[in-house]
Design a protein around this ligand. Structure first.
Ligand SMILES: [Zn+2]
Ligand SMILES: [Zn+2]
Length: 361
């Protein structure tokens, strides 16, 4: 089968790969229809997220059809259309029972295979093996409540970036009337704007260095701002009588973005950090953080429970995030998809790869 693989630091390639097989009785094979390219894919390709073996199939966001299930899989059958969260989870361990599926004792991220060959190959391929399928995959209905089709690419966003954005906005404590700062207007940041407004934010200041991304944020209802400490602070102070933001979302994953998030926050604010931080250390200026009683919430999102909570919003039309999918390319053009996503050329927000014509079972 064809797959987009991590071929060298800084590079992906389209290669021929053996089809995955069931390895455990709880595994399922899923024929991928749509797979996303994500910012965290770039962390792997660029070597910031080390320990991934060269030749690993990339990707952790997918919608597809169940092709085969192992003997212990329940609730799924060949032909079911499913979305997968980016990490698998058992559904029953200490962490899963508390909704922290990101830290399931059996958690593994799709598209991460280590030097010893442990891990799970990724979704940017024709077929993928999903371990712990019963507790990981979520079946999708064909249509929304109004009878229109639920598009693959809309459901795809549940598996990572929409759920990641939503859970981060919740961790930042956004509620009715909150003045929110969102640092970074990539796919996750823009979805955080959407989530914050949905959860009652009275204003969202959206910060990004790229003009077309600021325009996207504006079109979603945010006040766009360049990533300049003084400009950001002035924009927020005008909305808060000089207090600072009630809640801040950091959706970049860099020390400077975190600096800006801390500077934007008012005393007592929560900072939800969706950015994937791979730095060994961060020079946190503790005195100002102490002086402002800030809470910083880091960490990978627990996507699995959020799929159950957010899918109804897609079905009843109260959330329509699919407009953020700007580019669709066939899997065979995946290398170009990475280039578009990385260079932010052509107005790219979310880039997805499709297997077309869709091989329905
Ligand atoms: Zn992702
Ligand atoms: Zn678990």
């Amino acid at each position: 089968m064809k797959a987009i693989v991590f071929s060298a630091i800084g590079k992906v390639a389209l290669e021929e790969r053996p089809e995955p097989r069931l390895l455990a009785p709880g595994d399922a094979l899923v024929r991928v229809r749509t797979a996303g390219i994500c910012g965290s894919d770039l962390h792997i390709v660029d070597g910031r997220d080390g320990g991934v073996r060269l030749g690993t199939t990339m990707g952790h966001e997918l919608v597809g059809f169940v092709e085969t299930v192992g003997p212990e899989v329940t609730g799924l059958a060949p032909g079911d259309r499913v979305v997968s969260p980016f990490s698998v989870s058992c559904g029953s361990c200490f962490y899963c029972r508390r909704g922290l599926t990101a830290r399931c004792v059996s958690a593994r991220c799709l598209g991460v295979v280590d030097e010893e060959g442990r891990g799970v190959e990724g979704a940017q391929a024709e077929l993928i093996r999903i371990p712990l399928a019963s507790s990981t995959l979520v079946k999708l209905p064909e249509t929304k409540h109004d009878g229109s089709p639920l598009a693959d690419e809309e459901a795809l966003l549940l598996g990572d970036i929409l759920s990641t954005a939503w859970s981060t906005v919740e961790r930042a404590g956004v509620s009715d009337g909150s003045v929110v700062a969102v640092v970074g207007c990539g796919p996750v940041g823009l979805l955080a704007v959407l989530a914050a407004l949905h959860l009652g934010a009275s204003a969202v200041v959206a910060v990004d260095g790229v003009a077309y991304r600021r325009e996207r944020a504006r079109s979603l209802g945010a006040l766009p701002c360049a990533p300049d400490f003084e400009l950001v602070r002035r924009a927020i102070d005008e909305l808060t009588e000089g207090r600072g933001a009630d809640a801040v979302i950091e959706a970049v994953g860099s020390p400077s973005a975190l600096d800006l998030a801390i500077a934007a926050a008012r005393p007592g604010a929560l900072i939800g950090i969706a950015g994937y931080h791979t730095e060994e250390a961060y020079p946190l200026a503790m005195a100002p953080v102490y002086a402002k009683n800030l809470t910083l919430a880091f960490g990978r999102a627990s996507v699995r429970p959020h799929i159950d909570r957010l899918l109804p919003h897609l079905l009843n039309g109260t959330l329509s995030p699919a407009a953020l999918v700007t580019h669709r390319l066939p899997l065979e053009e995946g290398v170009r998809g990475y280039e578009i996503f990385r260079s932010r050329s052509e107005g790219a927000i979310k880039v997805v790869l499709t297997n077309d014509p869709a091989p329905a079972p």
